[in-house]
Design a protein around this ligand. Sequence first.
Ligand SMILES: [Zn+2]
Length: 255
Amino acid sequence: MRKLLHSWALLLCSSVSTLLLSGCGVAMMSDERLARQSTAQFTQLKKKDPVSKNRVYQKMIERIGKRITDVAKVDVPGTDWEFVVFDKSEPNAFAMPGGKVGVNAGLIELANEDEDEIAAVIGHEVAHVAKRHSNKRMSQGVGVALGGILLDTAMRNKSSSDRALARGAYGVGATVGAVLPFSRSQEREADDLGLIYSAKAGYDPRASIRFWQKMMSKSKRKMPQFLSTHPDSGKRIEFLKSRMPYAMALYKNAK
Ligand SMILES: [Zn+2]
């Protein structure tokens, strides 16, 4: 029954996302398979991208990660969490299924090494994992990949360069699990749950507003990649403010 439902969901997802490239929120890859794939991808990433040699930064995000995942583990038990600082200047962070979290040194610098602010970001990323958002987006990617096959068939009579171009356009969204942008509703879920996680872990939730304001003023000068994968920072601040009384109660309780 479950399998049948899943194939129906796949059919629906592929036809919907081929047309719209958005929408479908069904998670249908097995969590174990996705976690294995992500772990392999993360290992590749650590070879390809420079891992920071700054021991202070690395210890810091491991410490914050531990406190937050201690709170989050009721939602994602048995996750093999890993937190790595990348030696990159753009303020960015990402999370992959299976609990692989990357934080750029530039983000720690933007936060002035304020652990409450960094906890806001790590809480948000851990919440993406806990809510299985990548799984839902990857499932959409399967739809996109299927769309690519359909497109290939449709373009059989076109020139090879046209075909390559069309395939490339599909490939962008379909292959890169780590940086697949999340939808607005997923972003809101991650903001909400991330705020709860960091507050319960004893980090001041008001720091999240401070951090997003910094990101906004920085993005006015130059659009950091973080905002292209985590859109909508103006509305996000309004939302965080609306949730602050609840988060503050949790924070005071945790203290
Ligand atoms: Zn996000």
